[in-house]
Design a binder for this molecule. Structure first.
Ligand SMILES: Cc1cc2nc3c(=O)[nH]c(=O)nc-3n(C[C@H](O)[C@H](O)[C@H](O)COP(=O)(O)OP(=O)(O)OC[C@H]3O[C@@H](n4cnc5c(N)ncnc54)[C@H](O)[C@@H]3O)c2cc1C
Length: 511
């Protein structure tokens, strides 16, 4: 389980995924300020005939301000309402680029976030040193070319808008040149825009790739927490400074010898191993749902260390882990380990954290992937009385389904706030018997029943259907994927299609 999109430092920020206001006033203020500054500089240039060198700087600052607004809208951070982001993004785009369209820019930028540091338009981050400034000056053109190359796979309306903007804005510029105002256009629009783009490409794209890994600053913080609005960055930096402790995924603390108190079969292949935590170690073994412990044991003469998700409740004096038999260590744990045995366990570490104010969390688990998800979802529901959770749980058949009874009990206890969709790949499974046959439409079924059973794998089509209705991205705050790479990949692609930001997706990895 490695923290994928989120850094723990930012997860703990109060601002990282807090609910946005309907409209973000600082973003509106920045838009208005940039517009006013640009208008003032234009007035100075055209009416007061102030020399170009004096006004170009002001215009450039105004373009940078508009870029920040555009960027906020791309990440849906300009307000909770989608149309606010769409309108403001469209208004800001022509100031930032003479060739760009907002939806196309949004697609390219989010695509880049989803694919990590590998740059979609690497043209402006690589190349001979003397050529780079020229590349930065024309960064938006390269983005347009990249978008057009991908346009076959993009929605028609989005492509149409990109093409329309490609004709409209440059066409207007040509018309202005035709009226004999080429120099004014150059000074108040073209030159400042190019300078701003070059500065942004250098600062935002090129420079971060040459800094040491872990260097703090806006680009790095943004990469880890893309939806954090620009006006909360001072807080982010303060919180990062205050942050101490091991990095994500790093084990914390020394091994301690713990006594196994119970080994309970979950399925024919998996067991729940429980340890008693002695009084003196309780503080060190305090954990939050989603964390894991590392176990160490000598198996067949060789010392092995393996990590296992914690599968119990915070505050308990016991710590449970679910282990599925696949190889040497898990074979030993499921076959040989008995109550009363002692084993070395390293205190809890790593793991993804759900935001305390999430209203709706969706988990996707397959098989043993339920181990970290079960406590995460249960804790989220217990901590926030109005929170909801939906679990999409894929297993071969009922006998392979871990924690099935616990899930039924949780669904009953949380009284409609937890919904579980079981997908059974063995279509002869007893839970798929006629009385439990799914309703024709998954979303309708979800609305009336807390637990449903579906034959077959969870397909991209089914996910799309869910995202189109009950699990619409606007109604879900966080997604946790705890499944093998192929299924997690399908889910990530479908979420990406629906513009779910990478920051809202946590991936639990078991290797
Ligand atoms: C953060 C984190 C959390 C995790 N949480 C859990 C959890 O909650 N529950 C859980 O069960 N696991 C979890 N894992 C995985 C766990 O750490 C081990 O990797 C897993 O138990 C396998 O270890 P092993 O020694 O049994 O397998 P290994 O012996 O290391 O084998 C690894 C792979 O090789 C294959 N293999 C082994 N022997 C053979 C053979 N003779 N022939 C062919 N193939 C073979 C196995 O099928 C397996 O796929 C987690 C991993 C991480 C990183």
């Amino acid at each position: 389980m490695t923290a994928d999109a989120y850094c723990p430092a930012l997860v703990r920020l109060p601002t990282a995924r807090e609910r946005l206001p309907t409209v973000a006033v600082p973003t509106i203020a920045l838009f208005t300020g940039a517009l006013a500054l640009g208008s003032f500089a234009t007035w100075l240039s055209l009416v007061r005939q102030v020399p170009a060198w004096a006004t170009v700087g002001l215009h450039t600052i105004a373009v940078v301000g508009m870029f920040v607004v555009l960027h906020e809208c791309v990440h849906h951070s300009a307000g909770r309402l989608t149309w606010v982001n769409a309108v403001m993004g469209r208004l800001a785009t022509p100031f930032v680029s003479a060739f760009g369209a907002f939806p196309a820019a949004r697609h390219l930028h989010l695509h880049q976030h989803r694919h990590g540091r590998e740059h979609l338009t690497a043209w402006d981050v690589r190349g001979p040193a003397w050529l780079l400034p020229l590349r930065w000056l024309t960064m938006d053109l390269w983005h347009v070319v990249t978008y057009l190359r991908r346009s076959d796979a993009r929605p028609q309306l989005e492509v149409a808008e990109a093409l329309a903007m490609l004709v409209l804005v440059p066409g207007t510029l040509v018309a202005v040149v035709g009226t004999g105002n080429a120099w004014s256009l150059f000074v108040v629009y073209l030159l400042p825009q190019r300078l701003a783009l070059a500065a942004l490409a250098w600062w935002y794209d090129w420079r971060p790739r040459r800094q040491a890994p872990g260097t703090r600053g806006y680009p790095e913080a943004h990469r880890r927490c893309p939806r954090l609005p620009f006006y909360r960055y001072p807080e982010a930096w303060q919180a990062e400074k205050a942050e101490a402790g091991p990095a994500a995924g790093e084990p914390a603390g020394e091994f301690h010898r713990l006594t196994v108190s119970e080994v309970r079969p979950l399925t024919s292949q998996a067991v729940l191993v429980t340890f008693d935590i002695p009084e003196e170690l309780r503080a060190e073994f305090r954990f939050r749902p989603g964390q894991h412990v590392e176990l160490r044991a000598v198996v067949d003469g060789e010392e092995l260390r393996r990590r296992y998700a914690i599968c119990s409740w915070p505050g308990e004096d016991r710590l449970g882990i679910a282990i599925k038999r696949v190889g040497r260590f898990s074979g030993y744990a499921t076959g040989t380990l008995r109550p009363g045995d002692e084993i070395d366990v390293r205190p809890p570490a790593g793991g993804n954290a759900l935001a305390p104010d999430s209203r709706h969390v969706v988990g996707l688990a397959a098989g043993i992937g339920i181990a970290p998800l079960l406590p995460m979802l249960a804790h989220a529901l217990a901590a926030a009385p109005r929170a909801r959770a939906t679990l999409l749980y894929v297993n071969r058949r009922s006998e392979d389904t871990m924690f099935a009874a616990e899930l039924t009990e949780l669904a009953r206890r949380f009284d409609g706030r937890l919904r579980v969709l079981h997908f059974r790949t063995d279509e002869r499974d007893q839970d798929l018997r006629p009385a439990r046959r799914p309703l024709p439409n998954i979303a309708d079924a979800l609305a009336i029943c807390d637990e449903r059973y579906y034959p077959g794998r969870l397909s991209a089509g089914q996910l799309r259907e869910l995202l189109g209705r009950r699990l619409h991205p606007a109604k879900v705050d966080e997604w946790v994927l705890s499944a093998p790479a192929d299924l997690a990949g399908v889910a990530r692609n479908v979420l990406a299609e629906h513009h779910v930001p990478a920051s809202a997706i946590h991936v639990e990895q078991f290797h």
